[in-house]
Design a binder for this molecule. Structure first.
Ligand code: NAD
Length: 259
């Protein structure tokens, strides 16, 4: 994998950042993307270069804007000479019943959690086909396989992403490209921390009680999966041993979807 180039969307935080770190540790050059404070992002970028001796760049494209996404893929190819590993990770959440779901929130969740992956793949696949090598890894969710109430947009987007993964795997099957989804259960990141704090506030529980309640509602295993574990799975899916794994949805979910 040494010298290959990866684009990880939404990699300024949480799972995306761990995936970017995992690829950098394999000597893969990395394009970071996502929101955040400029000085903190620059620290992350420079830190990756220093720690792993790779090239790391940052592009702040908004994953809800198709033109910015196309430019992000072009910028990655220009910067590194190729885009070999595409990780679609950027995501947001909004929780409300369908009848109360704000239309702008529905549009934003679908745009960032689903359509952005169509736009990155649309732009990246021609280059991968020309070079006869590519790895596409879509960070879906247990909610790409099963549903929960009040997460209509998220569940629809993640089910859609698992479906899009299968379509891409078929279309690229003999081009040296694989496309797979990773479906994590609960991972303690800023996205989930916000949900725990909201639950604690609504239920009058402590944050610690709300954390255990959240886990035990869905997962037989009362343990969070780690961003590092997901990074390691992404590296495996990009490696030689996984060259015939395509169109799969890999659960890393403490048994959530085994039930
Ligand atoms: P996070 O909030 O820590 O990180 C999300 C990242 O996406 C950040 O870098 C953020 O800046 C970026 N982002 C958000 N909107 C963006 C936009 N419009 N344009 C560009 N970047 C944008 O969340 P996380 O928990 O690390 O989630 C990462 C992915 O993993 C998401 O797709 C999420 O649905 C999925 N996931 C998370 C969990 C979990 O338990 N945390 C479980 C299953 C799936």
């Amino acid at each position: 994998m040494k010298g290959k180039a990866a684009l990880v969307t939404g990699s300024t935080s949480g799972i995306g950042l761990a995936i970017a770190r995992a690829f950098a540790a394999q000597s893969v050059n990395v394009m970071l993307n996502g929101f955040g404070e400029a000085a903190a992002i620059e620290q992350l970028r420079a830190g990756l270069e220093k720690e792993f001796g790779v090239k790391a760049r940052y592009n702040g494209a908004d994953m809800s804007k198709p033109a910015e996404i196309a430019a992000l893929v072009k910028a990655t190819e220009k910067e590194f000479g190729s885009l070999d590993i595409l990780v679609n990770n950027a995501g947001i959440q909004h929780v409300a019943k369908i009848e109360d779901f704000p239309i702008d929130k529905w549009d934003a969740v679908i745009a960032i959690n689903l359509s952005s992956s169509f736009h990155t793949m649309r732009a990246a696949i021609p280059g991968m086909k020309a070079r006869k090598w590519g790895r596409i890894i879509n960070i879906a969710s247990a909610h790409g396989l099963v549903a929960s109430g009040e997460k209509g947009a998220y569940v629809a987007a993640k089910h859609g992403l698992v479906g899009l993964t299968k379509v891409a795997s078929i279309e690229t099957a003999n081009s040296g490209i694989t496309c797979n989804a990773i479906c994590p259960g609960w991972v303690l990141t800023p996205l989930v921390q916000k949900q725990i704090e909201a639950r604690a506030q609504q239920s009058g529980q402590t944050v610690e009680q709300a954390k255990i309640a959240l886990l035990s509602e869905k997962q037989p295993m009362h343990q969070f999966s780690t961003p590092e574990g997901i990074g390691a799975l992404a590296v495996f899916l990009a490696g030689a041993a996984a060259s015939t794994i395509t169109g799969s949805a890999y659960s890393i979910d403490g048994g959530w979807t085994a039930q």
